[in-house]
Design a protein around this ligand. Structure first.
Ligand code: SAM
Length: 238
């Protein structure tokens, strides 16, 4: 097992989380409640966000032991261990069993690699056959706000429509084009992405794809209903 590594993708995730937490600071209540995180990786991106936003506390979980070891070292080196904690384990088990008041907001750059099965370069990044299993599972946990990555080739339309059925709106998002990295370039994965897109379950270009970090909310006080804008921005990939 290895630790997830994709500098551009992690930087976009961290920057976008920082923007969205700052823009919706008063509504999301993260100073009082902190936020939960699914999938720490090496923790560099969110460590920088914790440093940039005084008062932010993050409770994170990762199923990869090497990632958790690396994350703890990076968090300590950046001096934010008092506000950024990492537990080894499945987010969904831990979130169920952790006592105390749950946070209102969860952040995630979840696994979204689509493939016929889990036998891929880093199995922890498998997002199911269409790539959106974990984001759909996350939307069903019951958080008021879900800030999550949505990839253009991982059936984003089903993700947005399922979110709407669950009572979420897209308040806002930041989208960026990414080159295929080592995980999405694996031939078995690339062929599967090509098939999914040809069957109408997403969009991808020859050299890259789009990822948006989107804020889904159930809070009626937050303005915005940008689900269709989000889907338009992901189509630019094709
Ligand atoms: C795409 S990486 C993102 C890592 C980091 N947030 C970043 O953006 O750099 C997804 C991470 O989720 C972890 N993961 C996968 N399934 C998980 C689960 N059920 N619970 C907790 N972590 C999980 C993987 O091990 C991986 O480190």
């Amino acid at each position: 097992m290895t630790c997830f590594s994709s500098t551009d993708e992690s930087a976009h995730y961290g920057f976008s989380v920082c923007m969205l937490l700052s823009q919706y600071r008063d509504q999301l209540g993260w100073v009082e409640e902190g936020v939960d995180e699914l999938g720490t990786g090496d923790a560099t991106a969110i460590s920088d966000v914790v440093r940039a936003l005084p008062g932010l506390r993050v409770r994170s979980y990762d199923i990869s032991a090497p990632s958790v070891a690396q994350a703890r070292a990076n968090i300590a080196a950046r001096g934010v261990a008092d506000r950024y904690t990492v537990e080894l384990g499945d987010f969904f088990d831990q979130a169920d069993s952790a006592g105390g008041r749950p946070a209102r907001t969860v952040i995630a750059n979840p696994p979204y690699i689509p493939a016929p099965d889990r036998d891929i370069l880093m199995p922890e990044l498998w997002g199911g056959v269409r790539g959106n299993d974990l984001v759909l599972q996350l939307l069903k946990v019951g958080y008021t706000d879900v800030i999550t990555a949505v990839a253009s080739y991982s059936d984003p339309e089903t993700t947005v429509r399922t979110a709407e059925e669950l009572g979420y709106r897209v308040a806002n998002f930041l989208a960026m084009g990414l080159d295929y990295g080592p995980y999405s370039s694996e031939p078995k994965v690339r062929e599967h992405i090509h098939r999914l897109c040809a069957d109408g379950h997403g969009w991808a270009g020859d050299d890259g794809y789009m990822v948006a970090i989107a804020l889904f909310t159930r809070d009626q006080a937050l303005p915005g209903d940008r689900g269709d804008q989000l889907l338009c921005s992901l189509q630019i990939a094709a």
